[in-house]
Design a protein around this ligand. Sequence first.
Ligand code: 13P
Length: 298
Amino acid sequence: MSDTSAIVASARRLGLALPAFNIPYLPMVEPVLAALRDSGTFGLVEVARVEWEKFEARSLEAVAEEYRRHDNRLCSRLHLDHVPVIDEDGLRVDFLPIIERALAAGFESVMVDGSRLPFDENVAAARSVVELCGPAGVAVEAELGSVLGHEAGPLPPYEELFRTGTGFTDPADAARFVAAAGVDWLSVAIGNVHGAVAESARKEKKIEARLDLERLSKIYAAAGVPIVLHGGTGIKPDNVRAAVARGIAKINIGTGIRAPYEAALARGPAAARDAAYRATLAEIETLGLGGNAVRLVG
Ligand code: 13P
């Protein structure tokens, strides 16, 4: 079992979850790590392909290098978030070479996102990444169902999305998917949505999402692996706490730290750094994920 997998497994045993913070701007690495350290919290630092393609993370190698400059091994590990097989603009991505670059750069776990593919192709894509990463001891996350929000077009009205269960993960499919693909962690859609990343919509305030907790319990029982909650910004905190008790072991948080950083940039890099630091602490506090590092790793 990989080091990061062992930490996630111990989080599950203790009924905790790891926050995973996205890095759309390279200078955010330092304040995010400082907030984890100062609050005694273990979390992942992560970057998604969209963040070096459409924001200013520069590259996965640049994030890995910056991460190593500021890392202390007590409070974090480095994770590669969404490497899509079909991206948010509907274009095919040559995903395996990106995963190979991440392994070379020292990422400690990765996500392949085949959620825009039919089921069998999603399984095959995830399986190919497991085959590549397994020998390197690197854990693999995949997504089943569709966590919407990264696409260019408008989201369907949220209440309609929730009522119809559009894109929601099916528990029986989750069992088949994990058995066939052999992934370590599963990202699911249960009412969670991503904050918008399209240029036209990224400044809009994110809606407050809620979670279908019954469905989550069924998915976790069926899949038997730790579950990942994407779109972690702005979900009702009591829903998040209940979700952690029902199988969520990792919570991705992007918009909640990116928006304050971007808003403060006009006042200069020091103000932006401070905004990212404070926002990271605030997310940890709101979600009740603080102070877990010693219990998890210590
Ligand atoms: P939010 O931007 O909604 O927090 O989602 C982040 C995320 O899930 C990245 O994978």
